[in-house]
Design a protein around this ligand. Structure first.
Ligand SMILES: Cc1cc2nc3c(=O)[nH]c(=O)nc-3n(C[C@H](O)[C@H](O)[C@H](O)COP(=O)(O)OP(=O)(O)OC[C@H]3O[C@@H](n4cnc5c(N)ncnc54)[C@H](O)[C@@H]3O)c2cc1C
Length: 394
């Protein structure tokens, strides 16, 4: 019989971070199981944007703590060879007159209250930061210098490597088929490669979290939603020095960032295509969609009106009804801790979430309260809905 102090299901950025933090907190024998490979779920599909901007104030704290880790990933992991692939280029966000203006104003004020450096800048200053864009319609512009983007695959494998160095066992190609229960509490997992025992199981299964519902009967309020990401090659550089940009004025609430050289990575921040079955294989991207996004890009970045499509991919979000994650224990299933429903913005939270889920699993006080993220909120109606409407900006 193989027994562990804790078992983590899933080795994406969240599961790998949980595993590392369990080891760091002295959890004892820790096992991580992934049915494929480290980072091979939705993490590798991430656009990698890191910001602390949120209209849901609870998220600012998690994002802030996570940013501190991204900003010194090697130092945090105590391994100079580690890199998150961080490009610290800042984050620019703007809104025109209209319904997004007051939510933006209050979110920027909220960040300031939380101790985040945020500058309100005018159109001329915005053009200096991002000279390839025009801001003629911008009624409010916020700039967050401590932000940028990083590489989610490097982060998932980085946490996994650091966890392994501290003795965590990570098994790839192992599919968890059900939770083992005894006397109403979790006692382990059954897999395609045998049974592993533990009284503490942490599920970080992302779009596959619906399996928890099959195993336990507790509803999993998550749907799999496909989104497309485009890399456009323009006539001038979107350099690594130019900030990530969030355009609350565009119909698709576009987000844009450098993809190196003259390439811009761009995607819509609105609702995507719901999938009947959770799977992260590549989907089709229609020419109509490329034209629709291209037209929005050209409005903001005039020279990109003549950009071409360099590459593209699809990725799948684990979306909850309020576009925020479920974190913590499921009271009906003692021994089970969950972290799912990141709704397209889980990468930027992954270091902080890994820490607090590890603390919760070990029965320690959590650095950030998990109460707002409780599964219970879908019963009580005390939701964490953001002020920008449904979408990953949250
Ligand atoms: C297109 C796209 C763009 C995004 N852009 C951003 C962004 O700019 N910024 C940001 O912060 N976030 C972004 N995100 C979101 C972010 O990438 C995700 O929230 C995060 O990567 C999720 O990590 P995870 O560990 O929960 O999931 P995954 O990486 O999907 O990991 C889950 C793992 O669980 C394993 N698993 C599931 N069930 C089982 C089982 N029964 N047995 C064994 N293993 C199992 C899977 O194989 C998988 O490896 C984006 C996401 C997408 C798709």
């Amino acid at each position: 019989m193989q027994s562990y102090d804790a078992i983590v299901i899933g080795a994406g950025v969240i599961g790998s971070s949980v595993a590392y933090h369990l080891a760091r907190l002295g959890a004892g024998k820790v096992l991580v199981l992934d049915r494929l490979q480290i980072g091979s779920g939705t993490s590798t599909q991430s656009s990698g944007i890191l910001r602390t901007h949120y209209s849901v104030i609870e998220n600012v704290e998690l994002a802030k703590r996570s940013w501190a880790v991204f900003n010194d990933f090697a130092g945090y992991l105590g391994d100079e060879e580690q890199s998150a692939g961080l490009v610290k280029c800042g984050y620019l966000i703007c809104a025109p007159e209209g319904p997004k203006l007051e939510p933006l104003r209050s979110a920027l004020a909220g960040q300031t209250t939380m101790g985040v450096e945020v500058r309100l800048i005018d159109q001329a200053a915005a053009r200096e930061l991002l000279p390839i864009a025009q801001f003629d319609d911008a009624a409010l512009i916020g700039y967050e210098p401590e932000a940028g983007f990083a590489d989610a695959y490097l982060v998932a494998t980085g946490f996994a490597r650091a966890a392994r160095r501290q003795g965590v066992k990570i098994m790839e190609g192992v599919n968890v088929e059900r939770l083992l229960m005894d006397g109403g509490r979790v006692v382990g997992v059954e897999t395609n490669q045998g049974t592993f025992h533990s009284s503490t199981v942490i599920s970080t299964q992302n779009i596959w979290a619906g399996e928890i519902e099959k195993w336990t009967g507790v509803p999993t309020p998550v749907k799999a939603e496909r989104h497309a990401v485009l890399a456009l090659e323009g006539p001038e550089a979107y350099s690594f020095k130019m900030p990530v940009f969030k355009d609350l004025g565009s119909p698709g609430m576009l987000y844009c960032r450098s993809y190196g050289g003259n390439q811009m990575l761009v995607s819509e921040g609105t609702v995507g295509e719901t999938l009947d079955v959770p799977q992260n294989e590549q989907g089709d991207i229609s020419m109509d969609y490329v034209v629709e996004v291209g037209a929005q890009v050209a409005e903001r970045f005039p020279s990109f009106g003549e950009a071409g499509l360099a590459s593209s991919w699809t990725g799948v979000y684990d979306v909850t009804p309020d576009w925020n994650p479920v974190l913590g224990r499921l009271p009906d299933v003692p021994g089970l801790v969950v972290g799912y429903g990141f709704s397209g913005h889980g990468f930027k939270l992954s270091p902080g979430v890994g820490l607090v889920l590890a603390q919760e699993a070990l029965g320690l006080p959590t650095d950030v309260s998990l109460a707002p993220y409780a599964h219970e909120r879908f019963r009580s109606g005390n939701l964490l809905t953001g002020r920008y409407g449904m979408g990953a900006v949250s």
